[in-house]
Write a protein that binds this ligand. Sequence first.
Ligand code: PGA
Length: 253
Amino acid sequence: MRKKIVAGNWKMNTTLAEGIALAKEVSSFVTEANLNSDKGVVIAPPFIHLTEILKNVNTDKICVAAQNCAADENGAFTGEVSASMLQNIGVKAVILGHSERRMYYNETSLTLLKKVQLVLKYQMKPIFCIGELLSEREKNIHFDVIKQQLHETVFTLTADDYSKIIIAYEPVWAIGTGVTASPEQAQEMHAYIRSLIAEKFGATAADNTTLLYGGSCKASNAKELFDNKDVDGGLIGGASLKMSEFSAIISAM
Ligand code: PGA
């Protein structure tokens, strides 16, 4: 049975004090909500705050994730943070393939696959993002784009490795724009992604994959998105920085 998840991607926001305060609020909320074991909450603060935040949350109840990691194991890579460093401080998951990383830092499928493999090697969970541009949707090639993104990356893994992945569908035109995919658009793409997984790894693997939606998901639209049978929660950017919004999104799961 797949898990439902709400994950907050804080991106390059918060001071240390703000991050700790927000993480504590999320932690208390989730602890009190006493969610069923088939529901999970993730927060992904900036790298530099991870150690302190890990000390301030109930790690039995929430998962602390990183927003990225290096594509190499260790060595002369100035400014990079390795998967093993993240594992060493207690990080349990890593967001990879976010469209902002693909666009602004030229991350290719090849780079992303290396990162996925390292995250798995260090026993953390990749939250792997895929999504099409507005121009690709307008040209009606969005299904092909998603298929290619999967085939070049996580579909090259062994079935065992694949089973540890969470996928987030994030149409690029919906990220940070205030334009959300309609529940029908989200469900249509999620069902398609699940059918591709079934083709590649079989029906059970498809059924067990947690598929998150991301892109301007907020308190006011979370429920209508999450109510779709193939939408198993969300990857939340802007709205994860405000506790009133984020808690309502968690409650909508
Ligand atoms: P948004 O970002 O919720 O601010 O649109 C989502 C994401 O980038 O994961």
